[in-house]
Design a protein around this ligand. Sequence first.
Ligand code: DHK
Length: 207
Amino acid sequence: MSDARVGAARSERVRLRVAEADIGVEAAATSDGAIPGPDGDRVASGSGLSRMTDEREDVSRIVLVLNGPNLNLLGKRQPEIYGRETLADVEADCRRLAGELGLEIEFRQSNREYEIIDWIHEARGRVAGVVINPAAFTHTSVAILDALHAFEGPIIEVHISNVHKREEFRHRSYVSAVASGVIVGCGTQGYALALRRIAALVGAEAG
Ligand code: DHK
């Protein structure tokens, strides 16, 4: 199937899903806005829906930033590895940058796998893209991988530390199999890089 037809099919799926959910938002489901990514997949097609819309079409501008277990202790836990910035600092940086990029951020952290899965489910048909640092679940969670497979938009995986320089069990990521891109070892700056990439993939970047 061509990129345009994949985009159209995906848009139709979103439209149906929204109609089912009856959330009272009108879909702008065209394949025209489809922007192919390097892997020809996981790219927003102008079909996402949101409370925050622009004047051209009802394109979602929401990016869900998900953080896995122990990241609530960021800044305190192993600062020699993860740095001294707290998760609140990261959130503030993300919100500042999102404003510049014309995006809206939903920023969440959980130590519970099921909660992360539920948030991914709720993102379907509503959120433009997902930035996820699954933390330790990266290396263990088929369930998070499966949930991400059910999400239509781009996904950028972030790791603050360079997991490839660390223990061997950290070299394997289940999530990478579904990610459009992976940012590793750039410290907390990785979140900003991920947001910029999502903005480019969903066509939200001003310039
Ligand atoms: C964070 C964690 O908590 C670890 O379990 C991962 C990741 C690496 C990070 O670098 O952000 O192995």
